[in-house]
Design a protein around this ligand. Structure first.
Ligand SMILES: Nc1ncnc2c1ncn2[C@@H]1O[C@H](COP(=O)(O)OP(=O)(O)OP(=O)(O)O)[C@@H](O)[C@H]1O
Ligand SMILES: [Mg+2]
Length: 256
């Protein structure tokens, strides 16, 4: 069975058809890419799957479970972690607090345990903190654990978002333009980090990107979206050599 399966998903914003007849099957362990021009509907697809919007039509299943109608936190608790194109961090919270907050959904000591401060509570919180530090280490920002997010450079903030997404112990991780705003050096570093995350947890990843070198090196299979429709799906090589993709998109992108 596929990990994530989407059939005939269509979404309208008023009269604008942002996504049309979209299909996707992701197998466990894959790194999948979604590319396409600005406004093609890529982020909308992420928002439809993660419960921010409900599709006008179509079916979405994660490990066979129907996601339609679920709230974003319910989709997350089924194992879907994500980062955002425009960072969504709490400016005055520390790096560690971001990851700890995400882990609260994993704690099981209950209200009474929280009030009474039971041993189970302390044990679980200590364990959660240990995992949080490990995740921060994995994405390369452990040394910044006590800093408030507002003081961090953009690249570090993107890494905090990744650690937060991993903190829910996802089965699949969605990354919306993880390299946005990064220079070439940061680009190769973040690529290494994503590879490390993938290898460490054998984690399935679905990412949106404009930087072609990054997409082509990382992904097993890539979809190209234009005006809300997939015009091509295949290996990086097949996508790079597809005349329709070159015409509609790649020919206009900067080769980085
Ligand atoms: N909440 C919304 N209400 C109305 N229209 C929207 C909304 N969100 C997105 N759109 C429109 O839907 C289309 C797809 O937008 P989307 O953000 O999904 O594109 P994208 O492929 O992620 O683009 P980019 O590469 O610039 O991030 C665009 O025309 C956009 O203006
Ligand atoms: Mg987008």
């Amino acid at each position: 069975m596929s990990l994530l399966q989407i059939e005939k998903m269509t979404h309208y914003f008023g009269g604008l058809r942002a996504v049309h007849d979209y299909n996707l099957e992701i197998e466990p362990g894959q790194i999948r890419g979604l590319i396409g021009p600005n406004g093609a509907g890529k982020t909308t697809i992420f928002n439809l799957i993660t419960g921010i919007y409900s599709p006008t039509e179509g079916r979405i299943h994660l490990e066979g479970k129907d996601l339609i109608g679920l709230q974003p936190h319910q989709v997350a608790s089924l194992g879907l972690g994500r980062t955002f194109q425009n960072l969504r961090l709490w400016r005055h919270m520390t790096v560690l607090e971001h990851v700890m907050q995400a882990r609260y959904s994993k704690l099981t000591y209950g209200v009474v345990g929280a009030l009474l401060g039971t041993p189970k509570r302390y044990r679980q919180e200590a364990e959660s903190e240990r995992i949080a530090y490990e995740l921060l280490d994995l994405v390369g920002v452990k040394h910044l654990a006590d800093q408030v997010v507002i003081n961090l450079p953009y690249g570090a903030q993107r890494r905090v978002e990744m650690a937060r997404a991993l903190a829910i112990e996802p089965k699949i991780l969605f990354l919306d333009e993880p390299t946005a705003g990064m220079n070439l050096e940061e680009l190769s570093q973040i690529m290494e980090t994503i590879r490390r995350i993938h290898n460490e947890f054998d984690l399935t990843i679905f990412l949106i990107e404009h930087r072609m070198k990054f997409v082509m090196e990382l992904c097993d299979v890539i979809q190209t979206l234009v005006f809300g429709e997939v015009i091509a799906e295949g290996t990086p090589e097949a996508i790079q050599n597809n005349p329709e993709v070159i015409d509609a998109y790649l020919g206009k992108e900067i080769e980085t």
